[in-house]
Design a protein around this ligand. Structure first.
Ligand SMILES: [Zn+2]
Length: 904
């Protein structure tokens, strides 16, 4: 055998914020960076330092050490300081598909600007890895991917003949995405600290290397051994060169090099002779006992997840598409502001941040970052929608008289959309004179005799709420602010089939016609129905939901379950001797609260009595740092009330039942879920993940010991028995479980209240108890067959994205009163992003194939388009797509492919 080459890679895994608030870790980071740079200056043998795969470290350092910019750049260019490819080390499952891409796009762009990107996908500490990571990283040109979790290394000897799907004999393997693209994967089989604090002293060094060489040998497929010289927040080892000289003296047969990731991966590729095993798709620690997957971070501090989803939607599903469309009409796409908003949002995406598994100060600062990013998105939404609205021809409303009040409804999702929308319309504004006087004048405005019409002249059923006189202001680009008083009406109606990636125009017009309210959706007591669905509310507040397409009824679904939780921010553990408290079978107060032709809403109220916390033993167990699996605390005998108010709505054109539940949490150490017994026979289910509708088994592997099998979801979870299916969409509720109860019950976590961080010590987190007012939203979607063929996934994705409205004036314009900016077709494709490329100015549009069969994508842009390119995820053009007909392009999309088109 050739001589063993030991690659020592110096690094420090830098959690930006975690068991200390950001600024405390920041202080230590500045010291670390100072020391690294000093070591480069002084020790020519100290060849490289891997800066944890995230470029934000450079920003954080240079913010307080701007004078070091030149030195940092020099060492990056020389290949000594290895940076990128990510902006931050995200939690892959808890950040959106587009966020995962932007993290790479922005991180690589920044690293390039400093001089050089390290072309290795890096997930040292991610709590499981998404199945599409190899495809994404391959498109971005990465040489390989290194990760710490998800696959169980089993080692190899002659006895091991067969390994399970998520086990690997070697620390090296091929990792394959569902589309078939695969990449060399390096698992930190001995963790990313297996070369930490290497002794200089010969005796100690002998002991160290004898052990660590053997540990690596157990899993190594080649003679290229990897030693990670660092750990979490590890200071740089200043005497590493001496330590390596000692090692060289002790082991003349081993070639010790101070290496870097790219060299290491090149060496592994060159030395590979053995057949590597292939691991496919998601790496969720499937072949473990299930206790340490850290999947319950998906339900830790749900308020953080909800804010994150709201921010992601505002940025990627509203502000970007609207700005991109506006830019085709002359609007200057604000790349700088988008980068700023994305970076601010992504500062909340590191695994210890978005996972909700840090101390309270960290999550308090996150709230403020969410607010900042949101404010930028809101400004850009307002600005771009106003820009487009001013180009729209609304002359069709002229015939209704001069005081017609037109407004535009934007649908930025990838499919035509029908749904109830609430629009604020100022029917008159007074800019002149004192505001006080204007207030009175506006109060006197006649608000009678309005009807709502669409741009084709059809009257639309609506309801109106008078919001009285309201202060407002304009901020013109070239003049001083203009305050006004307005008389405002809130108009509610169902917008029907608003074009995909487009808009429709409506107007409130004066008319003596009565607003005729057609029949109600309420068809009997506690029963409502539309063309697709019938909902019956049972006396315990559970729902019977009938899908009219199949005639199948899901009975007694949507009830609440409360249990004790004596775990921490990472892990759920049910309290000892705990019996779940459920609302099923319990009397509920049921009231009809809205009954209009376009929507019926019932309010269901439950009053549960639940234990106020765990018993005193839990405090002791936490302080003693008793490992979760050994804890014995029970729930307390003292109780508090948990009142849950559930609004169940059915809209006229909707294929799902929308639910909003609100409650005030007064209890600690518990978990609240909403349960949907599907009674469908199935061994697997489908769940929205990152650029993937992942198929997962309902039952975990034989090695799984944890009674809980909670997993991550993005927008939905779905169970079907081929004939019928039930999909539950959610907004920012990232944890679900398919219960092993013989009924395939879908459980979605809506609150998890715990009192400590967990992991390596005792860190109390009283705010993780989530005391106070909470509200959650989800949609129940029954369907025929599976969620892809039935199109239920479209309803679920659309549930995430609101309509945007913008009041405008009656005027002639350059674009029609209703249109789609980009028509496209491809039945199993899901559109994930529309933006402008910073590098080329092209329109970037991205989809992924939800299905495992090939599909055809056709596009027909409304704007003048010269060329269409297939692009990669970092927006580099790959190949030109042939024009099918004038103004129309088409291309094949492979199974599970992520496809990005760039339109010139
Ligand atoms: Zn970490």
């Amino acid at each position: 055998m050739n001589k063993i080459k030991a690659h020592i890679i110096s690094h420090s895994h830098w959690d930006r914020e975690w068991y200390m608030p950001y600024e405390k870790h920041h202080v230590k980071l500045v010291k670390l960076m100072d020391n690294i740079l000093e070591l480069f200056d002084k020790d020519p043998e100290f060849k490289s330092f891997h800066l944890d795969g995230q470029t934000i470290i450079l920003e954080d350092y240079l913010q307080v050490r701007p004078e070091m910019q030149e030195k940092v750049t020099k060492y990056i260019k020389e290949g000594k300081l290895c940076v990128g490819p990510w902006y931050i080390l995200q939690d892959e499952f808890l950040t959106s598909s587009e966020s995962n891409i932007r993290n790479l796009l922005i991180g690589m762009r920044d690293a390039k600007r400093f001089g050089k990107v390290t072309m290795v996908g890096y997930f040292p500490d991610a709590f499981g890895n998404i199945g599409q990571a190899p495809q994404i990283l391959k498109q971005a040109g990465m040489k390989g991917v290194a990760f710490g979790r998800g696959v169980k290394p089993v080692g190899f000897d002659n006895q091991v003949l067969e390994v399970d799907e998520y086990e690997s004999p070697f620390s090296e393997m091929l990792w394959q995405s569902p589309d078939g693209s695969s990449m060399l994967g390096i698992l930190f089989a001995n963790w990313y600290s297996n070369g930490i604090e290497i002794p200089v002293d010969e005796k100690e060094a002998k002991e160290f290397w004898d052990k660590h060489l053997k540990d690596v040998e157990r899993f190594a497929s080649t003679n290229q051994y990897l030693f990670m010289n660092g750990c979490d927040h590890q200071p740089v080892q200043k005497d590493l060169s001496d330590a390596l000289n000692t090692a060289r003296k002790l082991y003349p047969d081993v070639n010790f090099v101070h290496s870097n990731f790219e060299d290491y991966i090149d060496s592994v590729n060159a030395a590979l002779t053995k057949q590597l095993s292939v691991v496919r798709g998601e790496l969720r620690s499937q072949e473990t006992d299930g206790w340490w997957t850290l999947a319950n971070t998906a339900s830790s501090r749900i308020y953080i997840k909800q804010m994150n989803q709201k921010n992601q939607v505002a940025l990627e599903k509203l502000a970007e598409p609207l700005s991109a469309f506006a830019s085709t009409l002359g609007y200057e796409y604000p790349h700088h502001l988008f980068n700023y908003a994305w970076k601010t949002l992504m500062q909340n995406h590191p695994h210890d941040s978005i996972c909700g598994c840090s101390v309270d100060e960290v999550h308090r600062e996150m709230v403020s970052r969410f607010e900042k990013s949101m404010a930028v998105s809101e400004e850009l939404i307002t600005e771009s929608s106003k820009y487009i609205s001013e180009k729209i021809d609304t002359a069709c409303f002229t015939s209704y008289g001069s005081d017609s009040k037109p407004f535009v409804i934007y649908n930025t999702t990838g499919w035509d959309k029908t749904g109830v929308v609430e629009v604020l319309v100022d029917i008159e504004r007074q800019y002149r004179g004192a505001l006080v006087a204007s207030y009175e004048q506006m109060e006197a405005v006649d608000i009678s005799n309005w009807v709502l019409v669409d741009s084709k002249g059809n009257e639309v059923e609506f309801s109106i709420e008078d919001l009285g006189s309201n202060f407002g202001y304009d901020l013109p680009d070239d003049r001083f602010r203009k305050p006004y008083m307005a008389r405002t009406l809130k108009v509610t109606f169902e917008a029907e089939k608003v074009p995909a990636l487009g808009y429709s125009t409506y107007a409130l017009v004066r008319s003596n016609n009565k607003n005729v309210m057609a029949k109600s959706l309420v068809t009997s007591e506690n029963q409502m129905e539309n063309d697709y669905i019938k909902v019956n509310i049972n006396s315990d507040g559970t729902l019977n939901v009938t899908d009219k397409a199949t005639g199948h009824t899901f009975e007694d679904i949507c009830y609440y379950e409360n249990v004790g939780d004596i775990g921490n921010e990472y892990i759920f553990k049910q309290a000892e001797e705990d019996k779940a408290i459920v609302t099923k079978g319990m009397a509920a107060d049921i009231k009809l609260v809205e009954d209009s032709p376009y929507r019926a809403v019932y309010e269901i109220t439950h009053c549960l009595i639940i234990p106020e916390s765990a018993d005193e033993l839990l405090q002791e167990e936490m302080k003693k740092t008793i490992v979760i699996t050994d804890r014995k605390a029970k729930r307390s005998n003292k109780t508090v009330e948990l009142k849950i108010v559930t609004l169940v709505s059915l809209e006229k054109g909707s294929r799902g039942v929308k639910v909003k539940a609100s409650f005030e949490n007064k209890a600690m150490d518990h978990r609240l879920r909403v349960l949907f017994p599907t009674e469908l026979s199935a061994d697997t289910h489908f769940v929205d993940s990152i650029f993937e509708v992942a198929k997962r088994k309902n039952k975990p592997s034989k090695s799984w010991k944890n009674p809980s099998n909670c997993q991550h979801q993005q927008c939905f979870i779905s169970v079907d028995d081929i004939e019928c299916g039930l999909t539950i969409a959610n907004f920012g509720l990232n944890e679900y479980e398919v219960l092993r109860d013989g009924r395939n019950t879908i459980a979605v976590t809506i609150l998890r209240a715990v009192g400590e961080l967990g992991d390596w010590g005792y860190f109390p987190t009283p705010e993780a108890q989530c005391i106070g007012q909470q509200s959650v939203e989800f949609e129940i979607i029954p369907h025929k067959g599976n969620l892809i063929d039935s199109g239920a996934f479209i309803e679920a994705y659309q549930f995430q994205v609101p309509f945007i409205s913008c009041q405008t004036a009656v005027r002639s314009g350059t674009i029609p009163a209703e249109q789609s900016f980009l028509e496209w077709s491809g039945s199993s494709l899901a559109l994930t992003g529309v933006k402008q490329s910073q590098e080329t100015g092209d329109l970037i549009v991205r989809w992924y194939n939800t299905d495992v069969t090939e599909c055809n994508l056709e596009i027909k842009p409304a704007l003048e388009t010269h060329k269409v390119y297939l692009s990669n995820v970092i927006e580099e053009q790959v190949s030109e797509i042939d024009k099918q007909e004038p103004g129309q392009w088409s291309t094949k999309v492979k199974k599970a492919e992520i496809i990005t088109l760039s339109l010139s």
